[in-house]
Design a protein around this ligand. Structure first.
Ligand SMILES: C[C@](O)(CO)[C@H](O)COP(=O)(O)OP(=O)(O)OC[C@H]1O[C@@H](n2ccc(N)nc2=O)[C@H](O)[C@@H]1O
Ligand SMILES: Nc1ncnc2c1ncn2[C@@H]1O[C@H](COP(=O)(O)OP(=O)(O)OP(=O)(O)O)[C@@H](O)[C@H]1O
Length: 300
């Protein structure tokens, strides 16, 4: 067991996030349409005397380096399942915004799991790896699979979706993060006693993905957590407005936020909206990415 393994893992945007009422286990049933986009973390594992995590990148200071890190939890879970010790050095090159609603921690969990699996040669099946991913977090299975998928249950039960072309996005990164449980709780609070229908994927949205039709997708995107994220972070309204004003086809909060996502027609449209957002002063940083892209992939 020598050498090192590096895995590349994408961020996600939720093109539809339909949220049901609260379940007795504290989660919410979802119809969660994930799209993997070309912003990546790289996770490298190599044998070491003990389990330790290091992280580099612009947001590295916000990433926990103890065993609460999802990458460390993934190594521990795989080691326990296959009777190994989890003595690895996990290094994360982090490019995905932290606590931004783009599944950065989930990406690192899936990446470390795949990297340790390759390093240790466990022979785990894809189903076994997906099962461990689901124990780590609701978004983690999608980070492994990538592409586009419908997530049912709490988001972990995935059905791959066909996509007929590339979709171009601009992401506006906000200052600070939002806590995912706090955003779900705010969604429940805003809904009050209203009857919540069972979440369903939109047929128009699935058609738009299949056709690779950005305008049709823009007309169909929705995020039931958006009002909650804006309620907790009212300044997001100005960011959304700045992107709309610059000609984005659609403007939405990414997952639980506070990153906002802007669907644009093509790479030139992305540059225009990115420049406008940058100069609007309504966000900390602007990123451009297209999707779908593959899920966690071993590089070496
Ligand atoms: C907002 C999304 O990113 C959209 O993809 C996900 O639903 C969040 O997925 P995640 O970060 O992997 O979340 P988990 O680590 O599984 O759960 C964190 C917390 O988020 C809330 N949570 C999460 C998923 C879900 N379907 N219902 C929930 O209510 C719960 O309070 C849970 O305790
Ligand atoms: N490897 C990791 N990278 C980043 N955050 C991590 C990691 N492991 C654990 N965390 C914790 O998870 C919290 C959420 O970070 P993350 O970047 O995953 O948020 P997110 O993108 O909003 O997640 P999601 O979209 O899945 O809800 C962080 O505040 C941090 O405390």
């Amino acid at each position: 067991m020598t050498g090192s393994v590096t895995v590349r893992v994408p961020a996600k945007v939720n093109v539809q996030l339909a949220v049901g009422g609260p379940r007795s286990d504290g989660y919410h049933d979802l119809a969660n349409v994930f799209l993997a986009v070309g912003l990546h973390d790289e996770v490298t594992v190599r044998p070491a005397d003990e389990l330790r995590v290091t992280c580099a990148g612009p947001d590295a200071a916000q990433v926990p380096l103890d065993h609460s890190n999802l990458a460390a939890r993934a190594a521990l879970a795989l080691a326990a399942r296959y009777g190994r010790d989890a003595n690895v050095h996990i290094h994360i090159d982090k490019d995905i915004p932290v606590a931004g609603g783009m599944a950065g921690g989930s990406a690192d969990g899936a990446g470390a799991l795949l990297a340790c699996d390759a390093l240790w040669g466990t022979g785990a099946s894809r189903e076994e790896l997906l099962g461990i991913c689901a124990e780590l977090g609701s978004d983690v299975p999608f980070s492994l699979v990538g592409g586009a998928a419908l997530g049912r249950g709490r988001g972990e039960l995935l059905t791959p979706l066909p996509v007929g072309g590339a979709f171009h996005w601009v992401f506006a990164v906000a200052d600070g993060g939002l806590s995912t449980p706090a955003v779900y709780a705010e969604c429940d609070r805003l809904r009050g006693a209203a009857d919540i229908p069972a979440p369903e994927a939109s047929a128009a949205l699935l058609d738009a993905l299949r056709a690779g039709d950005a305008e049709a997708l823009a007309a169909a995107v929705s995020n039931d957590l958006q009002d909650a994220a804006v309620s907790l972070r009212p300044s997001l309204a100005a960011t959304l407005e700045a992107g709309r004003g610059a000609g984005a086809l659609a403007a939405m909060v990414s997952g639980s936020g506070p990153t906002t996502a802007f669907l644009v027609p093509d790479a030139a449209g992305a540059r225009k909206v990115a420049d406008a957002l940058q100069s609007s002063g309504t966000c900390r940083a602007v990123r451009v990415a297209a999707g779908p892209v593959p899920g966690a992939t071993v590089l070496s």
